[in-house]
Design a protein around this ligand. Structure first.
Ligand code: AMP
Length: 215
């Protein structure tokens, strides 16, 4: 199964992608997570990406396309994969199509996560993550333990540098301008499915499972 999770930041793509990854036994490839880990490890990629991420801007297409092309060649992608956060522009989508054609791969579904801007801002500004393993917490719906240490790995729980209100607003503007046109792009190809991303993690997982006929 090859899936693309599409939607504004803060709609739960990462959370749902991880759950689907366990359920389908295929990797969830989050380009945001790959970039954050590159920044933490101060690699060349991380140094290139840092200023864009901190401002809520997109990392240039050529960097992202090269990164995903390499990642998809890894062995764990053979049974299929989930893309969380890629493509984010029409040129990325076109490049992905070429990569798929060359590799003889077929995209099964694009799931578009739908949520109001007010709810997105509330979710993102209350989101916290583990600095080490990336596990998600939320001050309102899933508060971190009182010692602020991750339940999975004991890492420190922090706010993402791009989850502050000003950067979140910029990220939403960038989404509207550069990523939202992808809905029309995939819709025209008959590949777009939409999911209502309001509700509990379990409810949304159930809705996605229905779309994918997993229930
Ligand atoms: P995310 O974790 O998906 O919200 O991504 C965090 C940040 O990483 C984004 O705001 C962008 O700066 C950058 N990023 C992640 N994926 C992409 C992509 N496909 N194209 C460009 N920038 C990206």
């Amino acid at each position: 199964m090859i899936l693309i999770l599409l939607g504004p930041p803060g709609t739960g793509k990462g959370t749902q992608g991880k759950l689907l990854s366990e359920r389908l036994q295929i990797p969830n490839i989050s380009t945001g997570e790959i970039l954050r880990s590159a920044i933490q490890n101060q690699t060349e990629l991380g140094n290139k990406a840092k200023s864009f991420i901190d401002e809520g801007e997109l990392v240039p297409d050529d960097v992202m396309i090269g990164l995903i092309e390499q990642r998809l060649q890894e062995k764990d992608c053979q049974p299929g994969f989930i893309l969380d956060g890629f493509p984010r522009t029409v040129s990325q989508a076109k490049a992905l199509e070429t990569i798929f054609e060359r590799a003889g791969l077929t995209l099964n579904h694009v799931i578009s996560f739908e949520l109001s801007a007010a709810k997105i801002i509330e979710r993102l500004t209350s989101r916290r993550i583990c600095r080490v393993c990336g596990k998600d917490y939320n001050l309102i719906t899933n508060p971190p333990p009182t010692d602020n240490r991750c339940r999975n790995c004991d890492g420190e729980i922090v706010q993402r540098s791009d989850d502050t209100e000003a950067t979140v607003r910029n990220r939403l503007g960038v989404y509207e301008q550069k990523t939202k046109p992808l809905k029309e792009y995939f819709n025209r190809k008959g590949q777009l499915k939409t999911v209502n991303a309001a509700g509990s993690v379990e409810e949304i997982q159930h809705r996605i499972a229905e779309i994918l006929a997993l229930n």
